[in-house]
Write a protein that binds this ligand. Structure first.
Ligand SMILES: Cc1cc2nc3c(=O)[nH]c(=O)nc-3n(C[C@H](O)[C@H](O)[C@H](O)COP(=O)(O)O)c2cc1C
Length: 486
């Protein structure tokens, strides 16, 4: 399963009965949100609004809005298959093949992998139409005003491209952009993100401007990589190529040197001036609360390129679960094998929708020694964007972290609050509303594993779970209808 571009994915979803075309007139302010919110919360299809009042460009929303659609978007029938591919890749790296045949096979796999690298092309669909100078007007696209108190319309599913001013390595990240006027938007680079790092460096180096390009709509795996918390120098386009099993075609922008996906629907080219900031927000955010106004960099658009008859893609966020929850679920699954490289005791992890990723992580571990649960908390707090997590709950390996009923039962039974809470502090997601200072604050870890004697756990005398004998279960199974049950 491989999608050439966004319209290819639209066709696929339609064939699967997973896309609804809406031809009734709709308003890009609020109305699309209300429709989409209802559809997302009931597990409904992707929506293509073909008749947005005042615009001739259709709006695509909710393409990732279920586990199944997200799996398809990333080229697999189910997420387990994707996790299997990631594990296979890691095995190849840390399990040297023995014997000639195995070595040849591994070599073949590496050559295969190398063919997934991005390729630069000269002719790109995303440059079929080029608009420059005074004709540049981003209001030509149906950019959504999502929620009543929003400060204006926001571009919500962009792939923002910047280059590290020191290493030249490009980054692709998804950061919302508030439209201020026809050639200016906000750039919502939160404190701990890679785009912000490039912006900070350009400021420190005294650069007059930082080139920025923004791709809207490419194949769905490529779009997703913008939301993935990859290490700063890991190339999102190489990851997209691995997912698609085909290198992403990239094209150089018309007015700067940045490379954008050639199959994008729309590209905005421009720059940010280091030090120029303007209030951004409010915005109805994925925490379910508004993020209020705060200063952020300003993006100046100098050129728009697009396909003929482009599709404008958007993702709606708000009170969870929304579409970003499903985009994040894939991240959780794909990153689990990578997390296990550093913390091999980790068995499974769940970032429930209600926790908006940074508020709550539940992790199960194969516990071996006293203090092990606390070691894992600190390990997670030291790992990339996991450092922003406010609450970590650690449970034993046999607990199903995805079953919130079981988690609540185990946690409340197992903890001694006087010794199983770890209070810490550190960087906090900018969107966190509880911490008193933006971007930094308190954290809590709850060690709900079974306590060992050294941890004061009832002198090692931990009571067993109540489980019926298998023989009795089999007996009752065999006689079930005799008792009058169907
Ligand atoms: C729909 C959507 C909107 C997002 N909006 C923002 C945003 O406005 N600002 C931000 O810093 N991160 C935002 N994120 C999260 C980032 O995309 C994510 O942290 C990603 O890792 C950023 O890329 P980076 O690690 O290369 O900085 C958003 C994610 C999604 C799925």
């Amino acid at each position: 399963m491989r999608f050439q571009d966004l319209r290819d994915f639209v066709r696929f979803l339609e064939d699967k009965g997973e896309l609804r075309r809406i031809t009734a007139p709709v308003n890009h302010e609020l109305e699309i949100t209300e429709i989409t919110d209802r559809v997302i919360k009931s597990g409904g299809p992707a929506l293509l609004f073909e008749n947005v009042t005042g615009f001739d460009t259709p709006v695509l929303v909710n393409m990732y809005g279920t586990e199944q659609r997200t799996a398809w978007a990333l080229g697999v029938e189910n997420l387990d298959a994707l996790v299997g591919r990631v594990e296979g890749l890691l095995d190849l790296m840390h399990d040297p093949p023995q014997g000639l045949m195995s070595k040849l096979k591994a070599l073949g796999q590496l050559v295969h992998l190398a063919s997934f690298q991005p390729k630069t092309v000269n002719n790109a669909p995303c440059q079929e139409v080029v608009i420059q100078g005074n004709d540049v007007d981003i209001y030509r696209f149906p950019i959504l005003k999502c929620w009543p108190l929003d400060g204006g319309p926001f571009i919500t599913l962009p792939l923002v491209v910047t280059k590290d001013p020191e290493t030249g390595v490009q980054n692709y990240g998804t950061y919302r952009m508030q439209v201020y006027d026809k050639q200016t938007t906000g750039m919502h680079w939160q404190t701990h993100k890679v785009g912000t790092h490039h912006y900070r460096l350009s400021h420190e180096l005294g650069l007059g401007r930082l080139d920025v390009s923004v791709a809207l709509g490419a194949d769905p795996a490529t779009i997703w990589t913008g939301s993935a918390p990859l290490p700063p120098d890991m190339d999102e386009m190489a990851v997209a190529g691995f997912l698609r099993e085909e290198g992403v075609d990239l094209v150089k922008c018309i007015t700067n040197d940045l490379l954008v996906p050639a199959q994008a629907e729309i590209v905005l080219e421009g720059y940010v001036i280091p030090g120029e900031e303007r209030n951004e927000g409010p915005f109805g955010d994925h925490t379910g609360y508004y993020s209020m106004e705060d200063p952020f960099p300003v993006f100046h658009v100098t050129c728009i390129t697009h396909r003929k008859e482009p599709i404008y893609p958007a993702a709606l966020v708000g009170r969870p679960p929304m579409e970003d929850y499903w985009m994040g679920k894939v991240t959780e699954r794909v990153f689990l094998p990578l997390m296990k490289l550093v913390l091999p005791e980790v068995v499974d992890i769940n970032m429930p929708a209600e926790g908006s990723f940074h508020n709550l992580v539940i992790v199960s571990i194969k516990k071996e020694f006293a203090g092990h649960g606390k070691k894992v908390m600190h390990g997670l707090w030291g790992l990339g964007l996991m450092s922003l997590v406010k609450t970590i709950i650690v449970v034993d390996h046999n607990v199903d972290v995805h079953n919130m009923s079981e988690v609540a039962w185990r946690v409340t039974n197992n903890i001694d609050p006087s010794q199983d809470f770890v209070f810490s502090a550190g960087p906090i997601d900018d969107l966190d509303i509880g911490s008193s200072t933006r971007g930094v604050g308190g954290k809590v870890g709850i060690d709900a594993t079974i306590k060992l004697p050294l941890e004061g756990g009832r002198q090692g005398d931990w009571p067993p779970d109540i489980i019926m004998d298998q023989a009795v279960k089999d007996l009752v199974d065999g006689k079930w209808s005799d008792y009058g049950f169907s």
